[in-house]
Design a protein around this ligand. Structure first.
Ligand code: ZN
Ligand code: ZN
Length: 370
């Protein structure tokens, strides 16, 4: 068999295997539905709930269940966004790059291309971030995922539980998935607690249902603990405007490493993920701000090689920064007055700005899908 044939079979098998964790979660959720709704609330053998309490439990349960499944679905099936055409090398640039065998000359070519792009981060050695595999200049916060074999915008991590990359396009859905699944588990744990106690005090009739109730309590409480820690961690990341990858390794700017490089203060950081309109915050529809390719940063002195700044400042800074070695000073959150007093954070400051979103990358518009 041709090597390419065996490789595609291997890849096909891998693709099937990647769905196993999702299937595992789906089965657990389906079983929890059966155990909670049919055995605990409707099954008369166990339930000594009043008719009214039962209805309230079922109503709340179904509301949380629907939101949880919806957010999970969106996290799994929202395609991760890849860099726009502008970041890909043109045919002539590719040829030029291939002809050069010295790293420094290749960097020279990449630097020339990067001049016209809103790229502010670098590799640890200060080089332009280039993906060999996708043949593109990586936008800020973009990383190549080895599982998806693609460059993913604002990549957070590749999550086996959703068999998808969590990144710019679905980070809000992922956050809501964590929030609703935690709420789901906490609600089950709280309402199942009395039966769990009865199980150990022999207060439950000796039927199969009591084992469902026992395991429901165990699994819901265990998932609650792990989901709570994961959710808390991601809330912290949202507040700091960091991805998981950036929390592990801080982004490198021309002035050096800066773990707070993308942070604009709590409120703006939150709105960057959840959007400006409060009504969309709890709903798993896309409402994140920006285009995923460029992000506002808090740099005081700007990269003199770049045509415009992510903070929207004027080119006067260019002269100031010329003839001077980086590092330029990054603004900390407490000092970010500049950003709030100027229309620097254009993506979110008014409803009309929504039309301008992605202006630096005309191919991209952001829509609220509601
Ligand atoms: Zn790539
Ligand atoms: Zn991935």
């Amino acid at each position: 068999m041709a090597p390419s044939g065996s490789r595609s079979i291997k890849r096909g098998c891998q693709r099937v295997l990647y769905w196993i964790p999702v299937l595992f979660i789906a089965l657990i959720v389906a079983w929890s539905y059966y155990a909670y709704v049919l055995q605990l609330c409707i099954g008369k053998k166990i339930s000594c709930l009043g008719e009214d309490t039962s209805v309230v439990y079922l109503l709340v349960y179904h509301a949380v269940f629907i939101m949880f499944v919806w957010a999970y679905w969106q996290t799994i099936f929202t395609k991760p966004m890849n860099p726009l055409k502008e970041f890909h090398l043109s045919y002539s640039d590719k040829e030029l790059l291939e002809r050069e065998d010295r790293g420094e000359s290749q960097q020279e070519i990449l630097r020339r291309i990067a001049k016209d792009l809103p790229i502010y981060t670098r590799t640890n050695s200060g080089a332009i971030r280039f993906c060999d595999r996708c043949q593109l200049l990586k936008p800020d916060r973009c990383h190549h995922c080895s599982v998806c074999d693609k460059c993913i915008l604002k990549m957070d991590h590749h999550c086996p539980w959703v068999n998808n990359c969590v990144g710019f396009s679905n980070y809000k859905f992922f956050m809501l998935f964590l929030a609703y699944s935690l709420l789901y588990c906490l609600f089950i744990t709280a309402t199942d607690l009395q039966y769990f106690i009865k199980f150990w005090t022999n207060g439950l009739p000796d039927t199969q249902a009591k084992f469902h109730i026992l395991f429901l309590f165990f699994s819901a409480s265990m998932f609650s603990v792990s989901l709570a820690s994961l959710f808390t961690y991601h809330c912290w990341l949202v507040c700091k405007n960091r991805s998981t990858l950036e929390a592990v390794r801080a982004p490198v700017f021309r002035h050096g490493t800066d773990k707070n490089g993308f942070s604009l203060g709590f409120s703006k950081n939150f709105r960057q993920v959840f959007g400006d309109e409060v009504k969309y915050w709890p709903i798993p529809v896309f409402s994140s701000l920006g285009d995923g390719c460029s992000f506002p940063t808090c740099l005081v002195n700007l990269d003199p090689e770049q045509p415009s700044s992510p903070t929207g400042s004027n080119p006067a800074n260019k002269g100031a920064a010329e003839g001077r070695q980086f590092p330029s000073k990054p603004l900390r959150e407490s000092q970010s007055r500049l950003l709030t007093s100027t229309p620097s954070w254009t993506e979110s400051d008014s409803a009309t700005d929504k039309d301008k979103k992605g202006a630096s990358n005309p191919g991209m518009t952001i829509e609220n899908e509601a």
